[in-house]
Design a protein around this ligand. Structure first.
Ligand code: HEM
Length: 414
């Protein structure tokens, strides 16, 4: 038993072998089912438990405690990374996620102008509407489609490409790499797939950066090449890292999120009807669907010094998982947390994070989701789930379904 596990036991926390990397169970159920079990059975009234799996880590599930930890970056550092539930720390270190203020604040400020509501609602919105209509037009004649690979990923990739300076012709090839890169593994074939994803995206951005060094454009790679932090340019590794991470973060999270949204809407006709009859509820529906099943499952933090946290003695180096997906069902915050209420307001879910690292792409994500939900329900108001027998799930930093098969009456080709 390690020292952290002993301190967890001393504080009366449950100690569970909760192994996200190797336990097959997590591939067979929705991430919210796993997170819900963690909150109800393991955390109980303590708001946290300890997992003895991998290198051992605390898991916090209470909404209030996670909100506090997200803000307290001086105690809960992001530098050690999110992947603390893995057996080893992956070599790749995504930025700006794995930075703390004050450096984090300066680097984030360089990216912020590319994610403002004005930028997102302007050209990007027009592109999103045009592309969404084109894709929906194509699938309506088929009578079936996968909501992730055929709807959400092409749209999320195309909009994210705009900011990153990537040629649209590469969109299809990059999708697989983004999927692989988004959830690292340190074992077997999954480890090789992950590393391949990292290398593929890195090579694309090495090429883009080489071109931008010669001629700048209105995109993030160009801005980072011109950027100065404390009067100095960013080093090449940091620039490359920020480009690769920004691209993957934008595509993977928003497309898996739309997959979850379609899964619930396709399985619950009364929710679908609400959207069709009252499209004005889509903005609150997006937040509720984000709360209920989020592509961002958790945040990883490392403790910086000895401190008491809600009755638990923490020491420097302790790994802490903030299980935001569980917090989103916390009955202390949400009335009827296991019910989807598309008009829920206020809705202080933690799916877009909180504190200094709160998602920088949230306007873009909301715009893409709103566009897709509006256009889809106008064109195809009635649809249902297809064969789910081969669908698998992922419960890691991000959660996902391998596919969301939709069926609907095909429109005749004229
Ligand atoms: C529904 C879709 C999305 C979800 C659920 C989501 C979720 C999150 C969460 C939870 C964080 C905080 C991570 C932490 O605490 O360390 C985060 C940060 C971030 N997100 Fe998103 N995200 C989404 C879409 C996007 C998009 C579209 C982009 C960019 C195009 C993006 C780029 C980023 C970046 C760069 C960060 C790091 C911010 C920082 O460390 O300061 N995300 N996201």
């Amino acid at each position: 038993m390690n020292n952290a596990e002993q301190r967890a036991r001393d504080a009366g926390l449950s100690v569970v072998d909760w192994d996200l990397e190797l336990d097959e169970k997590f591939r067979r159920q929705l991430p919210s089912a796993s997170a819900g079990q963690a909150m109800r059975e393991y955390s109980r009234d303590k708001g946290m438990f300890y997992s003895s799996a991998a290198r051992g880590f605390f898991v916090v599930t209470s909404h209030a405690m996670i909100t506090e930890a997200l803000k307290n970056w001086e105690l809960f550092s992001s530098v050690g990374g999110h992947f603390l539930y893995l057996r080893e720390t992956p070599a790749h270190r995504p930025l700006p996620m794995q930075m703390d203020p004050p450096d984090h604040t300066k680097v984030r400020a360089l990216l912020a102008p590319f994610f403002t509501p004005q930028r997102v609602q302007g050209r990007f919105k027009e592109d999103a509407v045009a592309l969404t209509r084109e894709i929906i037009d194509r699938v309506t004649t088929l009578g079936s489609c996968d909501a992730i690979s055929e709807l959400a990923e092409p749209i999320a990739t195309a909009i994210t490409l705009n900011n990153m300076g990537v040629s649209p012709s590469l969109a299809r090839d990059l999708t697989q790499a983004v999927r692989a890169r988004s959830n690292p593994s340190t074992v077997g074939q999954d480890k090789k797939t992950y590393e391949q994803g990292v290398f593929t995206i890195r090579d694309v951005f090495l090429e883009i950066l080489a071109k931008r060094r010669v001629e700048r454009a209105d995109d993030i790679p160009s801005a980072l090449l011109d950027a100065r932090v404390d009067g100095k340019p960013l080093d090449d590794d940091t620039i490359l890292n920020l480009c690769c991470t920004g691209f993957s973060a934008g595509v993977h999270t928003s497309s898996t999120q739309m997959g979850f949204a379609f899964y619930y809407l396709a399985s619950k006709p009364e929710l679908r009807r609400q959207i069709v009859e009252n499209p004005g509820c889509i903005p609150t529906a997006i937040d509720e669907l984000l709360r209920f099943e989020s592509s961002a499952v958790m945040g990883g933090r490392t403790v910086t010094r000895s401190a008491m946290f809600h009755g638990v003695k923490l020491e420097a180096g302790d790994r802490v998982m903030l299980l935001t997906l569980a917090a989103n069902r916390d009955p202390a915050i949400f009335e009827n947390p296991d019910r989807i209420d598309l008009n829920r307001k206020p809705n202080p879910h933690l799916s877009l994070g909180g504190g200094p690292h709160r998602c920088i792409g949230s306007f873009q994500a909301r715009m893409i989701m709103q566009t897709l939900l509006e256009e889809w329900h106008r064109a195809i108001p009635d649809y249902w789930l297809g064969d789910m027998s081969n669908v698998t799930y992922e419960m890691a930093i991000t959660g996902r379904m391998s596919a969301v098969p939709l069926q609907f009456a095909p429109r005749p080709i004229h």
